[in-house]
Design a protein around this ligand. Sequence first.
Ligand SMILES: CC(C)(COP(=O)(O)OP(=O)(O)OC[C@H]1O[C@@H](n2cnc3c(N)ncnc32)[C@H](O)[C@@H]1OP(=O)(O)O)[C@@H](O)C(=O)NCCC(=O)NCCS
Length: 249
Amino acid sequence: MFTQLREDISSIIERDPAARNAWEVLTCYPGLHAVVLHRIAHKCWINGLKWLGRFISQLARWFTGIEIHPGATIGRRVFIDHGFGVVIGETAEIGDDCTIYQGVTLGGTSLNKGAKRHPTLGRGVIIGAGAQVLGGFTVGDGAKVGSNAVVVKEVPPGATAVGNPARVVRKEVQDPREQAAARMFAAYGVMPNGDDPLSKALHGLIDQAAAQEHQIEVILAALKSAGIGCQKLEELEKFDPAQLNKLVE
Ligand SMILES: CC(C)(COP(=O)(O)OP(=O)(O)OC[C@H]1O[C@@H](n2cnc3c(N)ncnc32)[C@H](O)[C@@H]1OP(=O)(O)O)[C@@H](O)C(=O)NCCC(=O)NCCS
């Protein structure tokens, strides 16, 4: 339990630029309180203590303004930021590392008791403030849902969906750098410098320099195998494109 709490706290510090330290997160983050109480309510629910599960969920709602049905399945390091007005339905499933902002509903559109009525979020999904995700479909790993979107059908992994009814504005990312960026958490679903032309130009130059360094290495290897050594060149410090790319981001 404490291991989970520790990882919850550090994941909040990583994801919320306003979080200053662990004590502040532990005492002032209703999303954390709601998730911790949900774990207890969910244990009661799956062990047949249905009323107690509902009651704990109700207490959590009073204290945090976040309503999570005790039957919902919530993964690790799920962060409900601000949280007021969040409603998560009975058959909802939330993958590890998801982030949900205030006013979000993971709701159902059918009254079919016992059926899967609420959405499943894959790993690392971000749901913007006020978004309504309605139905028993899946929002794929790493997808983003814009604030106030109304999502009524599946969202592919890595895609960004906005609007009412939600439409996909950005498909799964293909570029390897964008893929790496998408794996990192982006506060509010927005990548820093994503559209900055200066940052793009610098990344281009670094890539070009890395390609040239590789070509020089190939030429040196060919010269060496032909018996021509270039000892001095081999001793020079290696160029580190990953480090430079990090500085530019
Ligand atoms: C959806 C979101 C993740 C997209 O971020 P992004 O990848 O940087 O995308 P862009 O800003 O380039 O927007 C892409 C397109 O979607 C539109 N768009 C972005 N967010 C939108 C939204 N919430 N509703 C409707 N359209 C939206 C943009 O206008 C743009 O349209 P265009 O291509 O016609 O110009 C982001 O805008 C968002 O809503 N994040 C949630 C933020 C939040 O809830 N914060 C709460 C903090 S308390």
